[in-house]
Design a protein around this ligand. Sequence first.
Ligand code: ADP
Ligand code: 5GP
Length: 216
Amino acid sequence: MGSPIAAELSNALSNTDHLTSNRQTSNGRNSGRLIVLTGPSGVGKGTLLQALLQRHPELKLSISATTRSPRTGEIDGVNYYFITRQQFDLMVSENEFIEWAEFANNCYGTPKRSVEEQLAAGEWVVLEIELEGARQVRQSFPEATRIFILPPSIQELESRIRGRGQDSDDAIDRRLQRAKAEIDAANEFDVQIINDEFNEALDRLEQTVFSATVVG
Ligand code: ADP
Ligand code: 5GP
């Protein structure tokens, strides 16, 4: 792992036995759950989720479709489904997304079929999406657990985006402008977590995901 927080991350991964996803309902059937993770680009959502999934491989991360170009190291079908604008528009017109939104000049959407199938099979599905999409999910899945990740400061957010070294100056400016509006909406979410000290934020995320009431 090339990230500067890799060592902390690997320590954090070893200490989790007390939390498990007990997905059995009282009648013995499995109950699906939808978890929505939102927060400004660069706040650390992807890094937190990667660590959470290592602790809890039973969680399913929904793979979004996007018209954005892959960053170095990103793999089609793993990080995103990288598709053209034409393909995206076709999916929108055929109602194939649970939600979708435009972000920093690109489109992003959550494919409906795979998420619905996983929920029906009793899986716990995590969506990592921006604010407009999270608002749409609130309408269609009001029972979803909705979590907002905050940066300790805008300066730190900017330094994380720049430190990631993957976006052009223009793309960074667009992300920072959008970040302020997103942060203002943090209170719309069930839980807010400040990603300052990584392990603390990861523990809170884990507790939040596994403490919410099971619906079903
Ligand atoms: P997002 O998915 O929200 O766009 P990333 O997960 O790509 O953000 O994280 C952006 C950068 O911030 C990465 O380089 C990551 O290693 C770093 N990062 C994440 N969490 C922390 C933290 N708590 N402290 C310092 N750097 C962090
Ligand atoms: P990035 O280009 O940095 O990978 O993602 C930009 C933003 O798009 C992030 O805030 C990310 O959470 C969001 N995003 C990723 N996939 C989806 C999606 O399927 N729907 C929506 N609405 N936003 C998404």
